[in-house]
Design a protein around this ligand. Structure first.
Ligand code: SF4
Length: 236
């Protein structure tokens, strides 16, 4: 993997917030170049820009290192850093990137610069003000995450066929919950829907069998980056 990160091993001081208004800066946990591991863009080279902070605490979270550690960047610097990778596909992720006031303006700047832009959001924050050129990948938290109470259900009404939904499943109870949600809301008619297993507690093969047996119109996502670089891979 070709990667460049700000905080792979040692915490960094956040430093001063640059003396800029909140909408002109972002706190960045890491930036790196890799293959998209999930979503309909799986397998494509992509620059991933991870912002610091998340209001959720999913029990299976593999990105806890992004909760606090980061460095303040101006939006201009973020654009320069992204450009240095010479890659047309960019994903803004977290943590929960939409907690930062600078995230939405940054997405606009990235779109204006001609990038194909994706946003990964945990599904607990309003997505309505996100630039419509951005492909929004919105999580729905299942009960096994411990965060299902914090789903912002009104986000589902804002999705278009340009967006995607992602559900991470910890066990069979999560699968049944997610299956019933897909059926009741006919989510596949809105946008692509992916089911992804928590690798520590649910076999991908088992999830595949359930999807096939129920003829459920969803995609199985097995997180390509973890197959290629291992379950301890950070920041993918
Ligand atoms: S929303 Fe994402 S980053 Fe936040 S706790 Fe859940 S899995 Fe981790």
């Amino acid at each position: 993997m070709i990667a460049r990160a700000l905080s792979m091993s040692q915490p960094r001081s956040a430093g001063p917030p640059l003396g800029l208004p909140a909408v002109q800066r972002v706190k960045v946990n890491e930036i790196f170049y890799s293959l998209q591991g999930e979503s309909t863009a799986v397998g494509r080279p992509c620059v991933l820009l991870r912002l610091t902070g998340c209001q959720m605490r999913c029990v299976w979270c593999d990105s806890e290192y992004s909760f606090y550690v980061g460095e303040w960047w101006s939006l201009d610097r973020a654009l320069r850093e992204v450009a240095s990778f010479d890659c047309s596909l960019v994903e803004l992720t977290g943590g929960e990137p939409l907690l930062q006031p600078g995230a939405r303006p940054l997405l606009v700047r990235l779109c204006d610069a001609g990038y194909e832009v994706m946003l990964e959001t945990g599904g607990g924050v309003d997505i309505s003000e996100v630039d419509p050129r951005v492909r929004r990948i919105v999580d729905v938290k299942c009960p096994g995450s411990g965060e299902a109470e914090n789903n912002r259900w009104s986000n589902l009404d804002l999705l278009t066929d340009h967006d995607e939904l992602k559900l991470v499943l910890a066990d069979e109870a999560d699968y049944r919950w997610a299956r019933d949600l897909v059926r009741q809301r006919q989510l596949e008619r809105i946008c692509p829907v992916s089911f992804s297993p928590v690798v520590e507690s649910l076999e991908g093969r088992k999830l595949a069998e359930w999807i096939l047996a129920d003829r459920l119109p969803v995609r199985l996502s097995l997180q390509l980056h973890k197959q290629l670089w291992g379950s301890q891979t950070r920041g993918c």
